[in-house]
Write a protein of this length. Structure first.
Length: 360
């Protein structure tokens, strides 16, 4: 069983960046491909996504960079002391090199910095947190950044009205005596094709045919776009997430109902409502930001914390459970306690703030 625990480490702060440009889903007919019998009002009611932040210029790294700069400044961290950077995204700047390397240079971190990419989506923030926690918990590395998010710029043509763009920064530091993090992870690769971009990797390389539009579940899509089997993903989410939360509590001997907040991946309103119902949670303990930002993949958990919980728990001990689930199929749940955490105001990023120094 994939249970992990890392002590002597804590989250020092969380920040998030989004494009300044807002798109309302009540105007879906204007340039977005949905079936003629599916109204904008029906889409909003089904998904809970009223609006999103989107940009045709900004990459995930631009949004993460803005969030990181804001967070580092408010933490008053010395950049030379940041010794690790993990970047989690499905939309890296390039196939090669790793975007983490570019962000190390852009943030002007030390050349002694450990940097790596993690190619995960909806569960990615929790996986990335475990990676960074494992590096920091020994004290060999004292300060680190987890940068996570997605910007759906890559060959998407028409934007899916469910998804928005966001980048986040989580600061993790060595803290002797801190209870740290408890994790539960799982993977079901038999569902690999439930959420997939069929072409663009080495298995199916890009050809002219990759751009041909074909009917997929009532949508005209090409093979470089993300294809999703909605009902399979829905069934997976409402089954796996509640089980993972319960398993984590059972393994480490705590009652999950005693926790202050539950932050779930912002996938779909109906899906998340089912998860809350199965776990018998007080809805006031389960903040949501999908109505405002849509599904932002690996950014959704920290974005929810920044946009919905800022001002509510920074200066008092707070017990939080986070659960991400989706593409892979994969899932991850983490339980931790915060105290004296920095949460900067949400950063709105302009198109002209895109990286101009690392463009080929």
């Amino acid at each position: 069983m994939a249970f992990l625990e890392f002590k002597n480490v804590r989250i020092a702060g969380i920040a998030a960046g989004v494009p300044k440009n807002t798109i309302s889903n009540y105007t879906l007919k204007q340039g977005i491909d949905i079936s003629s019998d599916y109204t904008p009002e029906a889409f909003v009611e089904t998904t809970g996504v009223k609006e999103r932040r989107c940009s045709d210029t900004l990459c995930t790294s631009d949004l993460c960079y803005a969030a990181a700069e804001k967070l580092i400044a408010e933490l008053n961290w010395d950049k030379s002391e940041i010794e690790a950077l993990v970047f989690v995204s499905q939309t890296a700047d390039y196939f090669l090199p790793a975007t983490a390397c570019i962000l190390q240079d852009r943030l002007r971190l030390s050349k002694e910095c450990y940097a790596e990419d993690v190619a995960l989506g909806c569960s990615g923030w929790v996986y990335g947190l475990s990676n960074v926690a494992s590096l920091v918990s020994t004290g060999a590395i004292k300060k680190a950044l987890l940068l996570a998010g997605d910007a759906k710029k890559r060959a998407q043509m028409k934007r899916d009205p469910l998804f928005g763009d966001a980048g986040t920064a989580t600061a993790i530091e060595y803290a002797p005596g801190n209870a740290g993090f408890r994790f539960h992870f799982g993977t079901d690769g038999s569902g690999y094709d439930a959420i997939i971009a069929p072409d663009g990797g080495s298995r199916n390389q890009v050809t002219v045919d990759s751009f041909a539009l074909n009917d997929f579940g009532g949508k005209m899509m090409h093979r470089l776009q993300t294809h999703m089997k909605g009902m399979d993903v829905f069934s997976f989410g409402i089954t796996t997430a509640p089980k993972s939360v319960k398993k984590l509590g059972d393994r480490f001997g705590f009652d999950y109902l005693d926790y202050d907040y539950f932050i779930f991946h912002q996938a779909n309103m109906k899906m998340n409502n089912q998860i809350v119902k199965k776990l018998k949670l007080d809805t006031e303990k389960v903040p949501s930001c999908m109505y405002q930002f849509g599904n932002t993949s690996s950014a959704s958990i920290p974005l929810t914390i920044v946009s919905q919980l800022k001002g509510k728990f920074e200066n008092k001990p707070t017990k939080i459970i986070c659960c991400g689930f989706g593409v892979g199929l994969s899932w991850g749940t983490v339980a931790f306690e915060t105290n004296s955490i920095i949460i900067p105001t949400l950063v709105e990023v302009l198109d002209e703030e895109a990286d101009k120094d690392h463009v080929i």
